[in-house]
Design a protein around this ligand. Structure first.
Ligand SMILES: Cc1cc2nc3c(=O)[nH]c(=O)nc-3n(C[C@H](O)[C@H](O)[C@H](O)COP(=O)(O)OP(=O)(O)OC[C@H]3O[C@@H](n4cnc5c(N)ncnc54)[C@H](O)[C@@H]3O)c2cc1C
Length: 400
């Protein structure tokens, strides 16, 4: 039996308390009785808790206790394109080390491709204790079906406790297939990962309800616990040439290769005009700039210190700057060495895209602006006075 919800008609008096608390507007009152629209309801239970008449029942299937003691290690899918490993994979190896420490397990890098074995040592230096490598001509190009078939097989064979991948186009299409194949939970686009040591649970934090809350999601009844994470949210480790690790070369036969899908051609994506993700310094402007033409101040400051120009969504929505500059939940995630936020309030949707920056400087005339909670240096004042002074100082400095 799957989970279901029911109104106990005899007990319902049509008071409407459940209507008020339902976050999905799934309940209406008809003839003094609550009616639940099951296509909208996600069984969150808010209505059941609010009902004073015990008129709502939620039925949950009994889940047999499963012994997860044979599941161990934190696996990281190593995404590569023509032998170049994606930055997010290094970042996940770094995070996996923290998680594995809490679980007293190891970090395993899962590397698929052709002529790819040469990368094994590099991955060990970047934090892997073990590499499971499948090197096969058919894996030269990423084909989601083939990669998912092979990794699902490896998961069943080795039983990892946690499986992480980048929230990239490849990572997303891959892990959703794996999760369905091996029947486990998956949390997409996490901005934080932690361990509940007592229960050995991965606490997966991600924005929910349009970014208005940060939800913590767990996978208590299935293994592995799977999550995807965006580029630049976690920090990669410096390579350590002294690290040692084990390499397992898996021989995989042709039954895992899906003959229906063929690689035809690789077309390079048009490179984005602004490469915010790789910039060491970003100067961002927000609604505090008041007008589009004032973005010139941000450009001038960025030029003076060799930085790229970023922005809040409000500035993009106002038509002051193009979307490719937007930082945040629905824009780019960045982690430069220096992030200067000018006239940006620091709403959560902006913060999730830049809070991993090494040093954050905020300029805002409101001393209570939330951006100051994440800033290392805060300047309370009018950006129209402060930014020109900074430009002048930086320019003087560069002449010396
Ligand atoms: C689903 C969803 C996704 C979103 N995605 C993003 C996203 O990706 N990125 C993003 O940025 N936002 C995003 N938002 C919007 C976000 O909630 C905020 O509305 C937005 O970040 C606010 O932009 P802002 O800080 O520029 O503007 P405001 O919040 O209006 O802040 C302007 C700030 O400027 C200051 N100021 C004004 N004048 C001056 C001055 N002369 N000198 C100094 N300071 C001054 C004010 O004190 C204020 O703090 C999203 C929202 C939703 C619902």
């Amino acid at each position: 039996m799957s989970e279901s919800i029911k109104v106990i008609v005899e007990k319902c008096i049509g008071c409407g308390l459940c209507v008020k608390v339902c976050p999905f507007s799934a309940i209406t009152i008809v003839n003094k009785k609550a009616i639940i629209d099951l296509s909208k309801c996600n069984l969150c239970g808010a209505c059941k808790e609010a009902c004073k008449f015990e008129a709502i029942a939620i039925f949950k299937p009994k889940i047999e206790a499963v012994d997860f003691s044979s599941y161990k290690d934190v696996w990281v899918f190593i995404e590569q394109e023509r032998g170049k490993i994606a930055g997010v994979s290094y970042e996940l190896l770094g995070k996996a080390r923290d998680l594995a420490k809490d679980l007293r397990g190891g970090v395993v890098a899962v590397l698929l491709g052709h002529d790819i074995k040469r990368k094994n040592q590099e991955l060990i230096q970047r934090g892997a204790d073990k590499i499971i490598c499948v090197d096969k001509p058919e894996l030269d190009n990423f084909i989601s079906e083939n990669y998912a078939n092979i990794i699902s097989h490896l998961i069943v064979k080795y039983k990892p406790e946690i499986f992480l991948a980048g929230a990239t186009t490849c990572g997303r299409s891959l892990v959703s297939r794996i999760a369905v194949t091996i029947k486990t939970g998956l949390t997409a686009d996490c901005t934080g990962l932690d361990i509940d040591k007592e229960k050995r649970l991965l606490i997966q934090t991600r924005p929910a309800f349009g970014g208005n809350i940060m939800a913590q999601i767990i996978t208590p009844n299935y293994r592995p616990q799977m999550a995807t994470v965006r580029h630049k949210v976690m920090k990669e480790l410096e390579p350590d040439a002294k690290r040692k690790g084990e390499v397992i070369e898996e021989i995989i036969d042709g039954r895992f290769i899906d003959g229906r899908v063929k690689f035809i051609e690789f077309i390079q994506e048009e490179v984005a005009k602004v490469n915010l993700a790789d910039a060491d310094i970003i100067v961002s402007g927000g609604r505090g700039l008041q007008e589009g033409k004032n973005f010139q101040l941000i450009r001038d400051l960025a030029d003076a210190i060799g930085g790229a120009v970023g922005s809040s969504r409000s500035a993009v929505d106002s038509g002051w700057i193009s979307y490719s500059h937007q930082v945040g939940q629905t824009g780019r995630t960045v982690a430069p060495k220096l992030y200067i936020a000018c006239g940006i309030s620091g709403q959560i949707q902006h913060l999730v895209g830049m809070q991993s920056s090494r040093v954050i400087v905020a300029i805002n005339k409101d001393p209570d602006a939330p951006i100051f909670r994440v800033a290392n240096y805060g300047i309370v004042g009018d950006l129209f006075q402060i930014v020109p002074l900074l430009i002048k100082k930086f320019k003087e400095g560069s002449k010396k």
